[in-house]
Ligand binder design. Structure first.
Ligand code: UFG
Length: 321
């Protein structure tokens, strides 16, 4: 298929674009490089640099596109609380412009990068797609708004839409991995201690109602995540909006993740207890049964040491020698 990948110079977008190319698809990456990196655009993809709202119509206007994978977004929870306008503009308004450009140029399907943050604080775990959606920050709210947009476009305009709600994405795919200018995610931060770029890691609270007192998350390898996108593309149905959670279905605590990083890197990784981070739920674990049933998706890299090991190889390979 000829596909447009928005945000294909970012972490998940670049890994998915690499998988699409390896599967034989034709890929055009559209990215404004505000948070992505030019050298993360996979070899073999055509690159269109620019603002999505401005150039989506021009790019799609060349014709022949069979689908869009939409990753481009702002994705920092804390920033969304202090600067919500960035999230309504860059996530919601831009998505509307993209959908209108797709409608104008008769592009039939979209796979959208949604998030577990659409659920907010869960009433029960594992979280099902039918669980209440009560986002606790503008980031999650902006992604939920786009999910709702997709439901209405599927019903009214026959779009084949799939929202994939990611849990905690981690790991790397060869030279494509996670490198944010502002790093807030646990595994990259812990690995920065192992590379000597940080003294220690702060554990945000050790008095949570969990077995070891630290927060539990469902870590999903970015390669497993990418495979779900390929399956979603081929399982799309006109006029239907499908929503699937993507997680490995198992939880690891912050302490367990740090211990896995110690094992993989051989570094002692000093950790200190810090106050709880505002807005963190104690436990987030996905039920991914719907994706297994409907898409035949089976995550295969669920061992935390495999996930951390791939992230570590990526981090180490980028260090100056
Ligand atoms: N943590 C620490 N120390 C750190 C960084 C994180 O203890 O230095 C803890 C957090 O408090 C949390 C866990 O490690 O308990 C994981 O934190 P991340 O920041 O790596 O990930 P989150 O669970 O906060 O965020 C993920 C996605 C978001 C999404 C959110 C809610 O990365 O995009 O889940 O679903 F919005």
């Amino acid at each position: 298929m000829k596909l447009l990948v928005t945000g294909g110079a970012g972490y998940v977008g670049s890994v998915c674009a690499a998988h699409l190319l390896e599967a034989g698809h034709e890929v055009v990456v559209l990215d404004d490089l505000s948070t992505g990196h030019r050298d993360a655009v996979p070899d073999g993809a055509r690159f269109a640099e620019g603002n999505l709202a401005d150039i989506a119509g021009t790019v799609l206007g060349e014709g022949g596109f069979e689908g869009v994978l939409h990753f481009a977004a702002r994705s920092l929870v804390g920033e969304s609380v202090t600067h919500p306008e960035l999230y309504w503009e860059n996530n919601v308004v831009v998505a509307l412009r993209l959908l209108e450009a797709m409608r104008e140029h008769a592009v039939p399907r979209i796979v959208f990068s949604s998030t577990a943050a659409t659920y907010g604080e869960p009433e029960q775990v594992p979280i099902l797609e039918t669980s209440p959606t009560r986002p606790t920050n503008p980031y999650g709210a902006s992604k939920l708004a786009i999910d709702m947009m997709l439901t209405s476009y599927a019903a009214a305009h026959g779009l084949a839409a799939t929202s994939l709600r990611y849990f905690n994405v981690a790991g790397a795919h060869g030279r494509y991995g996670e490198r944010h200018t502002v790093e807030t995610h646990l595994i990259p931060i812990v690995l920065q201690v192992a590379t000597g770029h940080r003294e220690s890691v702060s554990v945000y609270g050790d008095d949570w109602p969990t077995p070891d007192g630290t927060c539990v998350r469902d870590y999903i390898h970015v390669d497993d995540l990418a495979e779900a996108h390929l399956l979603a593309l081929t399982n799309a149905t006109a006029g239907r909006h499908a929503i699937y959670n993507l997680g490995s279905g198992q939880g690891f605590s912050v302490k367990e993740v740090i211990e896995a990083c110690r094992g993989v890197t051989g570094h002692p990784i000093p950790a200190t207890t810090a106050p709880r981070r505002a807005g963190d739920p104690a436990v987030l674990i996905a039920s991914s049964h719907a994706a297994a049933e409907a898409l035949g998706w089976r995550p295969s890299r669920t061992d935390i040491r495999t996930i951390v090991g791939d992230a570590w190889r990526f981090t180490r390979d980028r260090l100056p020698v």
